[in-house]
Unconditional design. Structure first.
Length: 124
């Protein structure tokens, strides 16, 4: 009768398989974390007050406690947003929360312009 014995060769093969599987899992998880870390890159938001509504854009003033207000006193944003929600009915002096692509923000003196806006919400 044959004995079911585990040899050193079998143990080394099993251990090697476990190491390779562990490395594959670690590699996969690190790629997933990298994707998650970059998912929010460029996305920012600010609270602002509507100063003026033009035909193709809005002029807003960032709230004084916003990071963006240190350099910029007013910002022009497009009145078309990427989200499926439309910009709500707004009037002068309404408070807004603007979600935008930070990489498309340009500054000139105390004025700014944002080219890509994801969403605009009324904010109270």
């Amino acid at each position: 009768m044959e004995e079911n014995r585990i040899t050193k060769k079998d143990l080394l093969f099993l251990l090697g398989g476990i190491v390779v599987l562990s490395l594959c899992i670690m590699f996969f998880l690190s790629k997933q974390q990298h994707r998650q870390d970059n998912a929010d890159k460029g996305c920012a938001w600010m609270n602002a007050t509507l100063l003026e509504r033009k035909q193709n854009s809005l002029i807003v003033k960032p709230e004084s406690n916003q990071w963006i207000s240190r350099d910029i006193k007013q910002i022009e944003i497009p009145n078309k947003v990427i989200s499926t929600e439309v910009i709500p009915e707004i009037t002068k002096k309404d408070k807004l929360r603007i979600v935008f692509n930070e990489d498309t923000l340009t500054k000139s003196n105390a004025k700014g312009k944002i080219r890509i806006v994801f969403a605009v919400y009324k904010w109270n």
